[in-house]
Design a protein around this ligand. Sequence first.
Ligand code: GLN
Length: 501
Amino acid sequence: MSKTLPPKPRRLKGGDGALSAAAIASGVRSGEASAEEIVRGRLDAIRKDDPTIKAFLAVFEDGALEAARAVDRKRREGGKLGRLAGVPVALKDNLLVTGTISTCGSRILENYRSPYDATVVGLLKSEDAVIIGKTNLDEFAMGSSTENSSFFPTQNPWAPGHVPGGSSGGSAAAVAAGFAPVSLGSDTGGSIRQPAALCGIVGLKPTYGLVSRYGLVAFASSLDQIGPFSRTVEDSALLLDVIAAKDPRDSTSKAAPRNGGYAEGIETGVKGLRIGLPRQYFEAQGSDPEVVSSVRESIRALEAAGAVVAEASLPHTDYAVSTYYLIAPAEASSNLARFDGVRYGLSEKNAPDLGALYEESRGVGFGAEVKRRIMLGTYALSAGYHDAYYEKANRVRTLIRRDFEEAFKSFDLLAAPTSPVPAFKMGERMKDPLSMYLADILTIPANLAGIPGISVPSGLTSKGLPVGLQLLAPAFAEKTLLRAAFALESMRPFPRLGSRD
Ligand code: GLN
């Protein structure tokens, strides 16, 4: 843990957007820093730069300062402070926080006030983290660029006019811009790893079931998973330590194998670790050669540090995108049936009858991509097509899962690019949904298999756009992922944006 601490006598200043969560928490616990000053610093940075970046849908100025003051008071009174004492955290706006609006990036929930905290939010609060706001996303997390938000698109902090990736683009941009050291997103087909790659930060999708989904607005329940964004690998480990917990309110959640915290042993290096390079991931359609060469260079660094690297094969990779676009919309069409104009959010009350109320509320409330997914999913599930589409997709999902099981007989980890391309220009892929869907070709298979994946910065392209390297591991092997990611971070120090103060 001491690695990220700033040199001792220096007093931590709230205005330093480059401070890690680990450094903030230990500074606040020791009294070197005040939570209020730290939070004020981030709120100032948001006020100054978020009008251009647009990472946030809501900033909790008063609530965050109040929570920070409560943390400082607790310390003064000799109370025991939590592992995230005074750490500002930004949350994707599909995570519920009691008493605040959760829009999911949709008009249909524009005024929906959360009646309870998501389990992860309760866990953050219990460790004295400070929730500073809710971040922008593609509507109901459907998209890869944050342009499907019903409110506005978010800018990539590295490159104005470029997308931050999606669907958790606001959470990724907030961390890249230094508005918060860490944030949470959700990953159904790549929505943490892909925006992390495009914004030059760390993004971790845990094993399916490791983090409770209670209080995460469901998109595709068999694929959704909550995870952290951070600027250091250690911070992702720290966040995972807090949010990974079995939860009786999510029947798919599982107890994490507890052999110390996720940061424990993170610095032990990659000597002897067997890393496979899935051939298909390096030959993906539309891959940018600069992305591939940056990732290969990072892999050579891991090899030089003692990893044993060889080619691997995941033969069913080509079917992953079509499989996902049957299963995810099918589950979404069922999950989104609850937004009917009666129970939640927007309601077209002047409709002449109940049928019209449903139609008009959903017609006005949902955007084009969400409607497209509901139609695709309803079709895939309808009588007569169910076997041909949904069932068949589930069988192919098993084949994809088995590809990984087979590969992990020979390898501890798999390494590849996270996204075949760096950040693309706004508007570039909006007219062609298929080109947008293909942005997730390298991230979707891990969701279908339920395994964990992390994206770590690998370098920059000649145009100065971040490239992400993805590491995949067997279920519950997050520690191995974090260890290799940490080794890479130490050998190839990540380029960072200025602290934007
Ligand atoms: N881009 C993918 C989709 O649109 C993945 C989204 C996600 O992971 N939430 O479905």
